[in-house]
Write a protein that binds this ligand. Structure first.
Ligand SMILES: [Ca+2]
Ligand SMILES: [Ca+2]
Ligand SMILES: [Ca+2]
Length: 168
């Protein structure tokens, strides 16, 4: 279990507020975000689009059915994962943020290189709890922000993005 989403959002350099997620919430974090992809990685359609990497830090497969991603924490249900989307224990999942129909894992929103917030929320029938969130400021081309190491509370600018693989 990781904690401190509030700290990521509200504090800089302050003592983390320890806030345990609800029992039953997945051990999945928003692990890396790229908002200005120029040459890093192309999607199925050949587009160099924004992407969000999720990481399952837990010992069990995570089922994202009914879960949603958003770039507006006030609108948690912007894009729902396709049914039966899973992440293996310790695994990664890349979701393209391009607003395009290039495949199943393409969110309905893009990310602004000027800065954004990204949230992962649980299914409505489980209360729609926020599982994780991240926020970033202006991002230069082909950089990302990444939890360093994987799943850590702290974000770092990463000059060598690792979409779908461990942050290093
Ligand atoms: Ca973008
Ligand atoms: Ca695309
Ligand atoms: Ca990564």
């Amino acid at each position: 279990m990781r904690a401190g989403v509030l700290c990521v959002l509200l504090c800089t350099g302050c003592v983390p507020v320890v806030e345990e997620p609800d029992r039953g919430a997945l051990d999945v974090v928003i692990n890396e975000i790229q908002a200005d992809n120029v040459t890093t990685l192309a999607d199925e359609a050949g587009g160099f689009d924004d992407w969000i990497e999720l990481h399952n830090t837990g010992p069990m497969e995570a089922d994202l059915t009914g879960h949603s991603l958003t770039d507006d924490l006030g609108a948690p249900r912007k894009w729902a994962f396709p049914d039966d989307t899973t992440i293996p224990a310790g695994g990664y999942l890349l979701v393209w943020a391009d607003g395009e129909d290039d495949g199943p894992l393409h969110a309905s929103f893009k990310l602004s290189s000027g800065g954004e917030e990204v949230g992962l929320f649980g299914p409505l029938d489980g209360g729609g709890v926020r599982i994780d969130a991240g926020e970033f400021g202006p991002q230069d081309p082909d950089l990302s922000i990444a939890r360093m190491p994987d799943g850590a509370l702290d974000w770092e600018t990463d000059a060598s993005p690792t979409p779908g693989a461990a942050n290093e």
